[in-house]
Design a protein around this ligand. Structure first.
Ligand code: IVH
Length: 694
């Protein structure tokens, strides 16, 4: 295709997607894909000024408002921002700023940069007259927006009346103030909303920005009120009869003083190196905030310098949006396949044309279950949106319907297991999962052994998925108990093994014989029985034989167990094949727990003060000097509990290196104290929150 055709094609695409995003609040493609189109078009137009013409969609900011609401002409236009997609582009912007401010005498200008979060919401302009809230408008095309006053009036963060300032000169409330900022939906609100959508069988909302846009554009303000939107202010529009400002930081002080919400995440830097460090920090930690951000906005602080720099046709030269690498991209869905888990649960997953998203190349993504595939209606061949956020597993958000070929059919869930036995799959009434119920299913068997060896269970290094598959394929093992009779000269025959590594594996397997009872219990893979209930049971019953002999009632009486887990355990042990498996393990010499060892442990425990008695301490990330187990053991040894998730009752969340973001966010929203891992020893010592953090 030649440049002229490509320019035409891109112009049509950009105009279409611009309208979908800004006017209809229904984007079809991720921002990153849109940005890529805009960039390609911009560079083609630059390279071919002869073809540029005058009707490029790049000149338009946002979209002409759809005008479901009355139009509002902005007294001061609402411009957009240019983007920097990487370090180099940010530096190039910084250089342009400094150059633009440097006088002829060659003395380099001194610039202070203010960094703010780039909140992923919608820009609003809120007008106060005589201190009273009078109007709120969306950005629209930058000149004319839509009147959303009634809806914005329901947002708690937006004051109906400004606070009166006192003290400085020029006090009182200005006659007119236009406050600009971003209206957004907090992540917790979005998650709750989506949970209720899912429960009602409705498709999930794509992202908080869309949800916020939809909520703001409700014809009935009561609906908006229910959506619990929030607002951060970051800029001023028209101001009449107010104080004069010389810097952006002063405008923040002013915004705070009149009662507008200002994000605490504002930082100033004297060098672009520091700006960049700050941007990269938030790129890593973006999910720790209670709201979504897609970048960091960097602004020149000095208002006189801003004046000197001025605007391009689209955006100010004194500000730039450093955009994070995308967490959503589109790609082709090559196929939908079904995997079989250790309990026979089947999980549909997408086989994708590999795509770089969320920091890694993704070629597979879960589709959760049958209902999810039906709701999303993704079909092999579709262009789909793939999302990978932080350490969360990648998922398929949905299809890009406008790109679907005509005549395709919805995907049908298979009726038989994909394993060689091909037994009929079963979905019980009221259950979300479709299962393979064939006890001899080889896929389930492989998964059970993989789970047995996994980190949370018997933790056997070197016995991962590939090795397990190779062992079962070679006919060396039938179940997890068989691994204990493997010899190094059998393992060495497998592909990828040489003598030292084969011997190492056999030693690791041997060492796992001595894993404590709670790990053995977990490794059995009993439905619903996870590590924390296993630990509780092991602590109470001491030996596996006593657990096997116990009835549901006494199992359920253990704190943290309950009737569902208890019933699952008794029915597991009631199965003949499982009892035979246990006997194989006994013969293999695994540690089933003993009264003597428990008595010795109890004696040791008595010498440790029970300072965390009844307190739940959750650990996320790695705590220096402790393995995951050791950190949990240290808490339990002091009478505390170490559950896997944060709740209202959590005493403290200890955050180590590379923590999971969701735990911190949840702790923050529930007001659970967050303790840095460096203070963990102090917490263990006193059983109280470390003094230095209170
Ligand atoms: S300043 C003239 N600051 O990003 C400067 N914008 O891509 C106008 N946004 O339209 C914008 N957080 O909707 C600014 N801290 C922030 C922002 C922010 C999010 C949005 C805003 C703007 C868009 C530009």
């Amino acid at each position: 295709m030649d440049a002229a055709d490509r320019i035409d094609e891109l112009r049509a695409l950009v105009a279409h997607h611009n309208e979908r995003y800004h006017v209809l609040d229904a984007p079809e493609i991720p921002d990153a894909d849109f940005d890529a189109m805009v960039r390609e078009l911009r560079s083609l137009e630059t390279d071919h000024p002869d073809l540029a013409g005058s009707d490029s969609p790049l000149d338009a900011v946002g979209g002409a408002a759809r005008m479901m609401f009355s139009p509002v002409t902005h007294a001061v236009p609402m411009t957009s921002l240019d983007n920097a997609m990487n370090e180099d582009e940010l530096r190039a912007w910084g250089d342009r700023v400094v150059r633009g401010l440097t006088n002829d005498d060659g003395h380099e200008a001194i610039v202070t940069f203010v960094c703010e979060m780039k909140v992923d919401g919608l820009a609003l302009s809120i007008r106060y007259e005589g201190g009273e809230f009078v109007r709120a408008a969306t950005r629209g095309d930058g000149k004319v927006g839509e009147d959303v006053t009634a809806n914005v009036a329901t947002i708690k963060d937006v004051p109906r009346r400004l606070s009166r300032r006192s003290g400085e000169s020029g006090t009182g409330t200005p006659d007119v103030v236009e406050v600009r900022g971003e209206v957004y939906m907090p992540v917790a609100v979005f998650d709750d909303l989506n949970e209720s959508y899912e429960a009602a069988g409705q498709p999930r909302l794509v992202n908080p920005r869309n949800a916020a846009a939809g909520s703001l554009r409700q014809k009935n303000p009561e609906m908006t009120a229910k959506r619990c939107l929030s607002f951060w202010s970051y800029q001023l529009g028209q101001v009449d009869g107010g104080p004069e400002f010389t810097s952006h930081l002063e405008t923040f002080d002013f915004l705070r003083s009149i009662g507008m919400p200002v994000s605490p995440e504002i930082a100033t830097f004297a060098s672009l190196d520091d700006v960049l460090r700050h941007c990269l920090h938030w790129q890593q930690h973006r999910h720790e905030l209670g709201y979504e951000i897609d970048g960091v906005v960097v602004k020149v602080d000095d208002l006189a310098q801003r004046e000197q720099l001025g605007f391009t046709s689209r955006a100010p030269r004194w500000a730039i949006a450093y955009k994070f690498p995308p967490e959503e991209r589109t790609t082709t869905l090559l196929d939908i396949q079904v995997s079989v888990g250790r309990t026979g649960r089947t999980t549909p997953f997408a086989v994708l044309e590999p795509v770089f998203v969320g920091g890694s190349t993704v070629s597979m993504a879960t589709l959760h279950n049958q209902d999810q595939v039906r709701l999303k209606d993704v079909r092999p061949g579709d262009t789909v949106i793939v999302r990978k956020a932080g350490d969360v597993i990648p998922e398929v958000v949905g299809p890009v319907l406008s790109a679907r070929e005509a005549g395709t059919q919805p995907w049908e869930f298979p009726t038989t297991c994909p394993c060689p036995l091909g037994s009929t799959l079963v979905r019980l009434e009221g259950e979300a999962d479709t299962r393979c119920v064939e006890p001899k299913c080889p896929f389930q068997r492989d998964q059970r052994v993989i789970y047995w060896a996994s980190r949370g269970a018997m933790d056997i290094e070197g016995l991962g998925e590939r090795t397990v598959m190779a062992l079962t394929e070679a006919g060396l093992i039938e179940d997890a108990a068989d691994i204990y009779s493997l010899a190094a000269d059998e393992v060495v025959e497998l592909e990828g093994f040489a003598m030292p590594s084969a011997e190492k594996l056999v030693v690791a397997i041997d060492e796992s014989r001595r894993q404590p009872l709670q790990r053995l219990l977990t490794a059995l893979g009993v439905k619903h029985l996870g590590p924390s209930a296993s630990t509780a049971l092991a602590g109470e019953f001491i030996t596996l034989d006593r657990i096997m002999a116990a009835d549901s009632v006494s199992l359920a009486a253990v704190d943290g167990v309950g009737p569902v887990i208890a019933d699952s355990i008794t029915s597991w042990f009631a199965q003949e094949s499982n009892r035979a498996f246990i006997e194989k393990l006994r013969i293999a010499g695994l540690d089933f727990g003993s009264e003597e060892a428990a008595a010795a442990a109890a004696a040791a425990k008595q010498s440790v003060p029970q300072v965390l008695e009844g307190k739940a301490v959750v650990v996320t990330g790695s705590v220096p000097g402790y393995t995951r187990d050791e950190a949990a053991d240290a808490i339990i040894a002091r009478g505390g509990k170490s559950p896997g998730s944060v709740s209202k009752k959590t005493f403290a969340l200890v955050v180590g290196e590379s923590p999971g973001a969701s735990k911190s966010t949840k702790a923050e929203s529930l007001g659970v104290p967050i303790v840095d891992a460096s203070l963990f020893d102090e917490l263990l010592e006193s059983g109280e929150l470390p003094a230095s953090m209170i």
